[in-house]
Design a protein around this ligand. Structure first.
Ligand code: GLC
Length: 465
């Protein structure tokens, strides 16, 4: 397949991540609470193990925080799948529609549609009408209206699955709050919306989470893939579990004895379990979100919150007179003015160069920032990023233990992992430190994994039929 599934390489010419060289001692001191020690991570891992056990257990699941939803995907692709499939990928602020031709050297045709904010926070009917319109426009533009193709639907929110084609929305996460969807089967809602376009027939053959799509897409390329991870707008993981351990999974074994578990690990800590590492910025971000009290782990890690965490820290340090000579700006003191993409950019300057960090300070109206401020800003951003990368790494180690295979590949997608210049390296280093020689792991970037994986699940399902 032309889309890549590869190891990322980081650029050694950049400023090293987390270096304290030249950083003001007061800023280093203030940021200490953001540094995850290995003791913190060991405690986190133990809590995570316990949370997974509670999620998987039939008796404990109703009160579990990490829900561990069985996905009904029992088989990974083996790389021999062929045929044309459609995929619909809804998860962040975009909808992507894909036509994937698995036998073709140029297999993926994609169109991306931006979801307006009022649709993300409007009614469910409006959302699904919008999705159906995008899908139908794409199908017509590809000349696929006559012959219906099987469609894999990636719906990246917590779904209680009752089958491969039945996914009941448990709750919204990220920036979505559409009314009238929680408790309903999203496949049925999509089909109802599609019926308004009487001339178009679509055969939805599977609904899945983006983590599952990413794992499946990784497995198409690499037979060692057992874990899927997203670090993008949101964060979440999935892994291959033995059916006997997935007590809520009551389906006949189709032969593998395994089932993919969608952890919904963004919710980890919603009972206070992570309060030992959460700081005042985390509380602020949470209190001012559309879902206070929910997705506390996700709010420490993912792209939707990273920029705001950095901004809050800079605001605090400026007001304390530790940065910018105590002189802030309207933009610095306004919520959500710092995008997470800027957090990646801050660390993209080459050693000795300050142009990107300066541009970001300028864009916040901090044109009076000195070289010392620029060094401090980079350090603050790196502390937030490193914390996120270290938490995710410790989470992956727990999943490696659960899978229990010495050689293992992790399929990863999402803007933070993909675009942050140090995220991959930080993860590789931390995982190595935590596992020693126990696992021989590889972290693979799976571009468009959630969309391609949906097509592959549709393909594997078609093969089984
Ligand atoms: C949120 C969603 C989850 C998804 C993740 C990454 O945590 O609840 O389903 O996998 O974001 O997109």
């Amino acid at each position: 397949m032309a889309r890549s599934c590869k190891s990322k390489v980081c650029n050694p010419a950049l400023w090293p991540s987390g270096s304290t060289e030249g950083v003001s001692p007061e800023i280093i001191e203030e940021c200490k609470e953001l540094v995850m020690t290995n003791d913190h991570l060991q405690t986190y891992m133990q809590l995570f193990r316990e949370n997974i056990n509670r999620g998987l257990g039939k008796a404990t699941n109703p009160n579990a925080i990490v829900k561990c939803f069985p996905t009904y995907v029992q088989d990974l692709p083996d790389g021999t799948e062929k045929g044309k499939f459609l995929a619909l990928d809804l998860g962040g602020s975009n909808i992507r529609v894909l036509m994937v031709d698995l036998g073709d050297p140029d297999p993926v045709h994609t169109k991306v549609y931006t979801i307006p904010k009022d649709i993300m926070q409007g009614t469910g009917e409006q959302l699904f009408d919008f999705i159906a319109d995008c899908l139908v426009t794409f199908i017509k533009s590809q000349g696929l209206a006559e012959a219906p193709l099987p469609l894999g639907f990636t719906f990246s929110f917590p779904l209680v699955q009752k089958g491969l084609k039945v996914g009941i929305l448990e709750r919204w996460t990220k920036d979505f709050t559409c009314s009238g969807v929680i408790g309903n089967n999203v496949v049925e809602m999509l089909q109802t919306a599609l019926q308004k376009h009487g001339d178009i027939k679509v055969d939805v053959s599977a609904v899945l989470n983006d983590t599952t799509g990413t794992l499946v897409a990784a497995a198409f390329k690499n037979p060692l893939a057992r874990i899927g991870l997203i670090v993008g707008t949101g964060t979440n993981g999935c892994y291959v579990e033995k059916q006997e351990n997935a007590e809520l999974f009551n389906e006949p074994d189709l032969g593998s004895g395994k089932v993919i578990i969608n952890l919904e690990w963004g919710a980890f800590g919603d009972d206070g379990a992570l309060d030992f590492v959460r700081v005042s910025y985390d509380e602020d971000v949470d209190a001012n979100s559309v879902n206070p009290g929910k997705q506390k782990h996700e709010k420490m890690i993912s792209g939707m919150y990273m920029g705001e965490l950095v901004r809050l820290a800079l605001e605090k340090f400026t007001k304390a007179g530790l940065m910018f000579e105590g002189l802030g700006s309207d933009a610095l003191y306004t919520r959500h003015t710092l995008e997470s993409s800027a957090v990646s950019d801050i660390e993209r300057d080459r050693m000795g160069d300050y142009s990107k960090v300066k541009k970001i300070c300028d864009s916040l109206g901090l044109t009076h920032a000195t070289l010392q401020d620029h060094t401090n800003v980079r350090y603050v951003a790196s502390c937030i990023t490193r914390r996120a990368a270290h938490l995710v790494s410790a989470g992956l180690v727990v999943l490696m233990e659960r899978v229990g295979e010495k050689q293992i590949a992790v399929g990863i997608d999402g803007t933070v992992y993909k675009f942050h210049p140090h995220f991959h390296n930080l993860m590789v280093e931390k995982i190595k430190e935590l596992v020693g020689d126990t696992y021989d792991f590889e972290l693979l970037l799976v571009e468009d994994g959630s969309g391609i994986g949906a097509a592959l699940v549709a393909a594997v399902t078609a093969k089984k039929r």
